[in-house]
Design a protein around this ligand. Structure first.
Ligand code: 5GP
Ligand code: ZN
Length: 113
């Protein structure tokens, strides 16, 4: 998608602080971190949100979650962390390209706002 911010980060049209990259997945630091660690993990292929995932995306989902598990180790999140994916307007999604927030480095409150 030519007008998608995260597709532009995938294509390196827009710079990001990339912490992990494979042929299918990219992970980079959030520009406006909500916690000491705040990494966004995305599929390189454009999917609008979690609701776009289909039967053929099993391997992709496994890779996304394995990437997040590895990041928790490399980012030193042994005390725990939170994985969030916002969906649509009421979910608070502002960038319509599927992404998982990995946040940690401090205790998280619940419920979210
Ligand atoms: P959402 O609100 O859609 O769940 O999350 C979008 C996230 O993308 C926000 O946390 C926001 O700070 C982050 N973000 C927005 N624009 C950029 C950008 O240009 N670069 C990076 N690295 N993060 C961005
Ligand atoms: Zn996109």
């Amino acid at each position: 998608m030519s007008d998608c911010l995260f597709c532009k980060i995938v294509s390196k049209e827009i710079e990001a602080d990339v912490v992990h990259e494979s042929s299918e997945v990219l992970a980079f630091r959030d520009i406006n971190p909500a916690a000491p660690t705040h990494v966004l993990v995305i599929p390189k292929r454009h999917l609008s949100s979690a609701t776009d995932l289909g039967d053929a995306d099993g391997d992709l989902l496994v890779e996304l979650f394995q990437t997040m598990a590895s990041l928790a180790v490399t980012e030193g999140l042994g005390a725990g962390h939170r994985i969030v994916t916002n969906v649509g307007e009421h979910g608070g999604q502002t960038v319509p390209h599927l992404h998982f927030h990995v946040v940690g480095g401090r205790p998280m409150a619940w419920p979210p706002g």
